[in-house]
Write a protein that binds this ligand. Sequence first.
Ligand code: PAF
Length: 277
Amino acid sequence: MRSFLLGHSPRSLGFVPTMGALHEGHLSLIEASKAENELTVCSIFVNPIQFNNRNDLHAYPRSLQTDLDMLEKADCHAVFIPAEGEMYPSETRIRINFEALENNMEGKYRPGHFNGVSIVVSKLLNIIKPTRAYFGQKDLQQFRVVSQLVRDLSFDTELRCCPTKRETDGLAMSSRNMRLTPEERVLAPKLHEALQMVGRLILSERNIIMARKKAEDFLNKAGIHNIEYLRVVDGDTLEPMQLLKNSLDEEVAICIAAYIGDVRLIDNILITIPPSE
Ligand code: PAF
């Protein structure tokens, strides 16, 4: 990858890191990168150290040939597919702790996850040295963590957070959706419905606790019982909120993680709350 890039020396280089099993969400990141960079590189690497659960790592969908066909069709200029031994020639000893940023949601329910994400993203940014790197809003906490990493370690890369791509019924596109059975696939869009319900209720009633409770009841009634979290958090710091701050144009994120059968799905929406009169 380094010699390929030396041979091209583009004026601007866009980078889309992925774990493969590509879908339209990834392709929208490739498009965003192509629109503002001379050259676009995608990486495919299922990063073992960001999985806190070995079963989840083994069950993670892999579809390399289809991914390559999709990238070719999308006119992505290059794809970096390192082997595990190349990325981790020896055991990594470094530990990165994002403190409050990872005390809730994904950081809380997947211990060590953001340590693994930030190590692999650091390695990839060091290898590729992109001008800009593209991430999806579906992994909002990941985006905030990577932004902190890039600021704290002075990586010379601008980050872009691109909108979540959804199926027509609202389900956030995710590589994990491939693992849903047809019955589970019918249930899965309820997660997005629940997020919208919380958003509507907060805007009308301004009561976060009641909004969360109603949405959890809605999910339970629909047959979704294994909800890891349904949180309303500050859109920027991701700190959990029980009450609205009533500041001007307050941005909140409504985030969910739940199991549909064996498949753990996450989603979020960002909304702006006007101050009450
Ligand atoms: O979002 C992902 O697919 C992964 O967490 C990433 C950023 C490629 C790091 O492995």
